[in-house]
Design a protein around this ligand. Structure first.
Ligand SMILES: NC(=O)c1ccc[n+]([C@@H]2O[C@H](COP(=O)([O-])OP(=O)(O)OC[C@H]3O[C@@H](n4cnc5c(N)ncnc54)[C@H](O)[C@@H]3O)[C@@H](O)[C@H]2O)c1
Length: 449
């Protein structure tokens, strides 16, 4: 059973069903369950719709875990763990699921419970306590295990990362539980399945490691990974600023350092900063935890601060080129926090749009997928939603590229330039060729180049 059918839960549930397990996907949101039952995906993720269509009888969707929980061998908790205003993690969704498990499970046949949500240190124990309390309320008791199994998938490549992960981390001290979890993941660990058509196995992919740890180490692994990746991006963004000052090109610098195996090429793309549903909240969460332990994480704190400033870099660049923002029309390309997802949570676009509106600009936006999610989240914002990048550019005094969607590679730039008020492009992802655009008469500004 998988509880929560968001980016993590739905992907996990569909993948486990594809691998031959009987899966029940539970979500408290009846509208989500209703859609999933009709074969309609509630999130955008490449390959998900196909897998959902082909899932047949292996997967059931329900808003009520009570009926099927007593017969489940494993319950995976994959609900949201948003930030509280003080940076701490809001565990109310996770604890609510714990209580429901305690209320519905069969003490004679307890399932192994897996925390897949990203949760602060000690949450496996906390969930255990909550379940025990609920069992006591029923006058029942039993031994059961809550293991930590953090998820590392990337939105936009969620199915790929689930079928072909770099590693699977399982934190538990219970050998029987570990064996059951290993069995569940065996097709992935041994790659014994035929790849789904929509999610082919990359050539040269090698078997993932199973990393077994204590629950506490597993919980810390997830935060350490995200804090490291976020810091790596902030690091290159900080060097983008010095590259601009000295006249270097940060993309060349990143290539030059990334070829060093000790550094690696990933997460060295300078840009408008990191966002999404994970890095910002997870960085804030580990900073909160560290403060509780009186152990300051100065590097991580700095990474967060660099990221906050980085988001405003495109505004500074607009001011430098456009001079007057009030009354100008600015076209924004991309709302999603990264390409191939409709997720806009903590997207840099949110801050940039707000700043532009506060400064009196007229804002036109285009995103191939995330438009509806953005409109739902910010219904009162007076912005113009466009059906294409060309439409967002028309009559705009500047274009700002926020999300590096593939389709922005192939835009008819000559035509676009002719339709614009002023031919200004701020490329927040260093995606476009400055040289080609300058030849077409654009004033092109990237980040750190
Ligand atoms: N999205 C990612 O890329 C990613 C990657 C790794 C880890 N994570 C972590 O995984 C967890 C889930 O993230 P997500 O992005 O999938 O979240 P999400 O917000 O997309 O989905 C969470 C789902 O849980 C459901 N839910 C909440 N309470 C419930 C309850 N009591 N019973 C049943 N369903 C309930 C919600 O209705 C929602 O559909 C988070 O802790 C997140 O940090 C996310």
């Amino acid at each position: 059973m998988v509880v929560g059918t968001g980016y993590v839960g739905l992907t996990t549930g569909l993948a486990l069903g594809y691998l031959g397990h009987n899966v029940t996907c539970v979500d408290k949101d009846t509208a989500i369950i209703d859609k999933l039952e009709r074969g309609i995906s509630t999130i955008y993720e490449p390959g998900l719709e196909e897998l959902l269509r082909d899932s047949g009888d292996m997967i059931k969707f329900t808003e009520n875990m009570h009926e099927r929980l007593p017969s489940a061998d494993i319950v995976i908790i994959a609900v949201g763990t948003p930030s509280k205003s003080n940076g701490d993690t809001d565990l109310s969704f996770v604890e609510a699921v714990g209580r429901e498990i305690g209320a519905a499970m069969n003490p004679a046949r307890p399932p192994v419970i897996i925390n897949k949500s990203t949760v602060p240190i000690g949450t496996a124990r906390r969930v255990e306590t909550v379940i025990k309390e609920e069992l006591e309320r029923r006058g029942a008791a039993c031994n059961f295990c809550v293991a930590s199994n953090p998820e590392f998938l990337r939105e936009g490549a969620a199915l790929n990362d689930t079928f072909y992960p770099d590693r699977i981390v399982v934190g538990t001290e219970d050998v029987a539980a570990l064996n059951l979890i290993r069995q569940m993941y065996a097709p992935i660990l041994e790659q014994t399945f035929t790849p789904p058509q929509a999610v082919p196995r990359a050539e040269g992919y090698s078997l993932p490691a199973l990393v077994t740890t204590s629950p506490t180490s597993a919980e810390l692994i997830k935060y350490t990974a995200n804090a490291f990746l976020a810091t790596k991006i902030s690091f290159i963004n900080e060097f983008a600023t010095i590259a601009e000052k000295v006249g270097a090109d940060i993309t060349e610098v990143a290539k030059g350092i990334g070829l060093d195996k000790r550094i690696g090429p990933g997460f060295l793309k300078a840009g408008v900063g990191w966002g999404g549903s994970c890095f910002p909240k997870d960085v804030r969460s580990i900073l909160f935890t560290s403060s509780q332990y009186n152990c300051e994480l100065k590097l991580v704190q700095a990474a967060l601060e660099v990221n906050r400033l980085q988001r405003m870099k495109v505004i500074e660049k607009l001011q430098q080129t456009l001079k007057v923002i009030r009354g100008s029309t600015v076209g924004l390309l991309g709302l999603a926090f990264k390409p191939n997802t409709d997720d806009i949570r903590e997207s840099p676009a949110i801050d940039v749009i707000k700043e532009l509106l506060d400064m009196g600009a007229r804002v036109k936006v285009y995103d191939p997928i995330a438009r509806d999610k953005y409109r739902q989240a910010y219904p009162d914002q007076e912005i113009l939603y466009c059906d294409s990048a060309a439409q967002a550019a028309r009559d705009s005094d500047a274009l700002v590229l926020i999300t590096d969607w593939d389709e922005f590679w192939h835009l008819p730039w000559e035509e676009i330039g002719e339709s614009m008020g002023k031919k200004i492009i701020i490329d927040g992802r260093n995606m476009l060729s400055g040289e080609e655009l300058r030849q077409l008469g654009f004033t092109y500004t990237g980040i750190g180049r």
